[in-house]
Design a protein around this ligand. Structure first.
Ligand code: F1P
Length: 585
């Protein structure tokens, strides 16, 4: 889940690497480091966030690599920060992934007199390349070294005496940026978006050499391969904060636009996928985190609108359902990044069974995008904040539209969602935000917050609790309205906040009576609802949009979560211990 970058070109490599790392920091931010080849190999490493660094004086260099870490092996300290060096200090590598056979490799390399300085699995790579260089050149040494690794890796390596970079990929993301007289490696496109939008998406089992141009080789055979350059239409502005203090609020505020962008697919495209759903024998929605909550919400929408049963499975659990899969099953993975390791593993499982895979994904060219039989894009632009906000509502939008399309009511669905997009604009207006700051200041010192919803708003309650806890570190839990009293109600005491999602639908009466049960035990009731009710201590008005209420109801909670984080002094864009792309299983 770390972020890696490599640069070769005419610019000052240190500036490019630092900029790139700042853009990749959403992938990991416990420590960072870089290595540059100038007159010598210069290495800088630090614990903490790269965002706090302005510039670093390491002299003139035009080739360099950098890494921002999310630790898996070894504590967060300078020694464990990347890049890692070979014994002769001529080879530097950065790595994202997990080397499963590193202990065995380490023992072998120690027997060959290599000296290790860190506790990481990654350091073996530098020493292994060095060992191979006893007999072959640098590129071949990297190829042989990575061919011996088990596990997952995106690696960029450089050698003090060579004026090129070598990268390799298996089960961790690595892309190449192709600029004019300059080339980049990165975990993700936004890292070099301000310099180029021309991208080569590397596939697993490929090794690339960035020299005067890009050369790609098959890791196993060493044979040269041809790859196309893709032009991506994300802009550098989309990946910057603009007038906002944090990406989180910027992305929350973009949702009126991103919902419309999700709706921009042609009727033929949506109907084609609806047909695949209608003709499938067993449908699985598979996702993690917020994307899972969107999938769960959609299962209620499909049931109501299209009368279809959808199996919703957390991606890491999906392999255990493999006995249900056939070549007539449809698997629909849903993922913002398209790089979530558990989702990719689930796709592998499905493909082994001949199952058809149609994904919903935001990052064009991501592993999921390329591994699917068809990928329906969210078109939300880059999402930089670690928390999903705009892509969550894009997912809900697309899934709702598909449910309507399955029922032969695509126009009705589109009209509803276009109206919702307009209403979302009002919900993110400064007036609503002021009210939510007021609520956040009432809640900021609370220990627990509970959220309840029923039906289509039950998964919204789960998503609401996730948003609050992951960014403000206040413990929050979401429940179906009927469930809190089966145990957790024991935690309700005087003033315990409970957010109640109370749309004007079939769930209203019962959820209000659940709210009463909580209030009578001292709970402080926050109602998110088109209408006020005497049980609410604090009311947030949202438009009444029936089955689409889950899109509208999450918006004030995203804003509340943001202000809770800000008031508690937490960084909304980079919550502790979290990474945006969870590329390890
Ligand atoms: C899944 C996810 C996100 C969450 C965080 C970690 O990502 O759980 O929902 O906000 O970024 O990963 P994805 O598969 O949708 O990219």
């Amino acid at each position: 889940m770390c972020g890696i970058i490599g640069y070769k070109g005419l610019r000052n490599a240190s500036d490019v690497v630092i900029n790139g790392l700042k853009r990749l920091e959403y992938r990991g931010y416990d420590s960072w480091g870089m290595a540059l080849i100038g007159s010598d190999m210069n290495v800088v490493k630090n614990v903490g966030k790269i965002g706090e660094v302005d510039e670093i004086n390491v002299g003139e260099a035009h080739i360099g690599i950098g890494h921002t870490r999310w630790s898996t092996h070894g504590k967060v300290n300078k020694l464990n920060a990347h890049p890692h060096l070979s014994c002769d200090k001529k080879i530097a590598i950065v790595h994202n992934g997990i080397i499963e056979n590193y202990q065995e490799m380490r023992r072998y390399l120690i027997s060959k007199d290599h000296v290790f300085v860190s506790d990481t699995d990654s350091e073996v790579i530098a020493h292994l390349i060095e060992e191979h260089m006893k007999t072959v050149d640098f590129v071949e040494a990297v190829r042989r070294a990575v061919n011996e690794l088990k596990g997952s890796y995106a690696i960029v390596a450089m050698h003090k005496d060579m004026k090129y970079l070598v990268g390799a990929k298996k089960d961790s993301p690595l892309v190449i940026g192709v600029g004019e007289n300059e080339l980049f490696f990165a975990s993700d496109v936004p890292a070099f978006l301000e310099y180029t939008r021309d991208v080569v998406f590397m596939d697993d089992g490929e090794l690339a050499v960035l020299n005067s141009g890009v050369e790609i080789f098959d890791i196993e055979t060493g044979k040269k391969k041809k790859k196309d350059i893709t032009h991506v239409d994300w802009s550098a502005e989309q990946a910057s904060k603009g007038e906002f203090e944090h990406f989180m609020m910027k992305e929350i505020s973009e949702q009126n636009r991103t919902i419309k962008q999700a709706l921009s697919h042609s009727r033929d495209t949506i109907e084609d996928i609806a047909n695949r759903i209608n003709n499938a024998f067993g449908i699985f929605f598979v996702a993690c985190g917020s994307s899972y909550h969107a999938a769960l919400t959609a299962s209620y929408i499909f049931s109501k609108i299209a009368k279809k049963h959808i199996n919703v499975v957390v991606a890491s659990e999906f392999p255990y359902y493999k006995d249900f899969l056939t070549d007539r099953t449809l698997m629909m993975p849903i993922s913002q990044s398209g790089e979530t390791a558990d989702v990719l593993q689930a796709v592998k499982t499905a493909k082994e069974k001949g199952t058809h895979v149609v994904s919903i994904v935001n990052v064009v060219g991501s592993s999921l995008y390329r591994q699917s039989d068809y990928a329906l894009t969210m078109n939300a632009g880059p999402e930089i904040c670690v928390l999903s906000t705009k892509t969550y509502t894009s997912q809900l939008t697309l899934l709702t539209l598909l449910a309507y399309a399955c029922a032969g009511k695509i126009d009705e669905g589109k009209l509803l969602l276009e109206r919702v997009a307009k209403e979302v604009e009002e919900l993110t207006s400064p007036e609503t935000r002021i009210r939510l700051v007021e609520l956040a200041s009432k809640l900021k010192d609370k220990k627990n917050i509970f959220v309840i919803g029923r039906g289509v708003n039950y998964p919204t309650a789960l998503e609401a609790a996730l948003k609050i806890k992951e960014v403000s570190y206040i413990h929050a839990e979401g429940f179906p309205g009927g469930e809190l009293k089966h145990g957790t109600i024991a935690l309700i005491s005087e003033g315990t906040p409970c957010i109640v999602l109370a749309p004007n639908d079939e769930t209203r009466e019962e959820i209000i009576s659940n709210a009463m049960e909580i209030k009578s035990r001292g709970g402080y009731i926050i109602g998110i609802s088109p209408e006020n009710n005497e049980v609410f201590d604090f009311h947030i008005k949202v438009p009444d949009e029936g089955i689409a209420s889950s899109i509208l109801n999450i918006i004030p909670i995203q804003i509340l979560a943001y202000y809770l984080a800000v008031l508690r002094g937490c960084d909304p864009d980079k919550p502790r211990n979290l990474a945006k792309s969870v590329t390890v299983k």
